[in-house]
Ligand binder design. Sequence first.
Ligand code: C5P
Length: 407
Amino acid sequence: MQLPAGDLVGRHVLLGLSGGVACYKGADLARELVKAGATVQAVMTESACRFIGPATLQALTGRPVFTSQWDPRQPNGMAHIDLTRSADAVLVAPASADFLARLAQGRADELLSLLCLARPRERVPLLVAPAMNREMWSHPATQRNVAQLRADGTVVLGPAEGEQACGETGDGRMLEPAELRDELVGWLQPKTLAGRRVLVTAGPTFEAIDPVRGITNLSSGKMGFAVARAAAEAGAEVTLVAGPVALGTPRGVRRIDVASAEQMLAAVLPLARTHGVFVATAAVADWRPVEVAAQKIKKDGSGEAPVLRMAENPDILATVARLPEGERPYCVGFAAESHDIVRHAREKRLRKGVPLIVANDGPAAFGSDHNALVLVDAAGEQALPAGDKRVLARLLVAEIARRLAAA
Ligand code: C5P
C-alpha cells in the first residue's frame, strides 16, 4: 500500500482574502494548498476583489468564489453556515487591519467576517495572516485587536518583517505562501506529543582528514528533519542536532549544527537528560581519522598515497540508551540495511539496548523523498505503508506517542 503524498489530502480549507496588495500571494497560497491535496473554497471581501479578480481564485481552486452573503447560488441563502460546516479550517490570508478589527468586534455585515463568527469554533480553527503597512500593524488599535483575537482562540500567523509594497521596511509583511501552508498543516495535526521534549539527530557526520577533506556519507537528513517537523507539529518541544545537510530548519524547531560524530555526541549527551524522547536518525560515520592534519596533505610526487589510521567513533544512540533510568529518554534508533533488513534490525535493537528500532532499506532511502519503514520492538515487527518521508514521519511520531502513553 502506498500512502498519499500530499500533506493536506482529504482536507477542506476555507481560504478567505480581505483587501491588500498581498492578495496576489493569497492566490499563490490557494495553489499551494491545492498542490498539497486540499480542496479549497475561496471567499473574498469586496476590497479583496479590487486587488485580484475572483476568476483567478476560481481557476486555481476549481470552485466558484463566494463574495457576498446574498449570493443566490446557495439554495437556502445561508452561505455563512454551509461553507464552514464542511471545512477543516478557515484561513484568512491576507487579513487586513480592517478585517482584524471586524473580527475582534464580532462584526457580521459581510460574508467573510460573518462566516468566521458563525463557524463551529470547537471543530474549525480560524487562522489569520496579517498583511499591512508597518505603522498600521504597530498601531495600538491593531495590537489591541490582535490581542483580543488571540484571547478568543484565533491563531495569528506572522506577520514577517521586510520590504513592504508601500516602499517602507518593517513588520507587517504577510508570511510566504509555503510558510502559511506549512503552518496550516501543523495546526491540523493531532497534538499527541504536547508537553513532551523530543531530541532528534539527523544527517551524516563529517570526519575531517585535513582542512579541506573528510569522510562522510550520502545521508540527506530528510528523514530526520521530517521526524523533527512531525514531532513539532504534534506539539512537542523539539531539538534537532544536525550533521552537514542543505535543509531548512522546520518551523518551531531548535537546531544545533555539528560536523563530526564526537561533536554530535557532545551536543546530544547533555540534552538527552532533559528530553523525554531521543530519535537517532543520523547516519553517523563508523570511523574517523585518528589524526587531522593541520594543513592540506600534499602529493609529494613519490606516487605513495598517505596511510590513514582510523579509530572507531562513539555510538551515540547506545551511549544515550545506557544512561541511568530517570535520566534516559525513550530511545528510538534507525537501521539502514541493504539486505535481511528485519533480522539485522532485531539484532541492532538488542545490541544497542533500545525499545524501538525503525528499519529501512538504506541504499533506497538515502537522499530520496520516499521510504518504507518497519518498526521492530520486543513484541515483533510492524510494517508501515511505503510513502513520502513527511507522511511516514507523522505515522512514526503517532506510534511513539502511543507507546509513551501506554508506558
Ligand atoms: O550501528 P548502526 O550505524 O547501524 O546503527 C544505526 C543507529 O544507531 C541509528 O539510529 C544511528 O543514528 C545510531 N548511531 C549512533 N551513533 C553511531 C552509530 C549509529 O547514534 N556512532
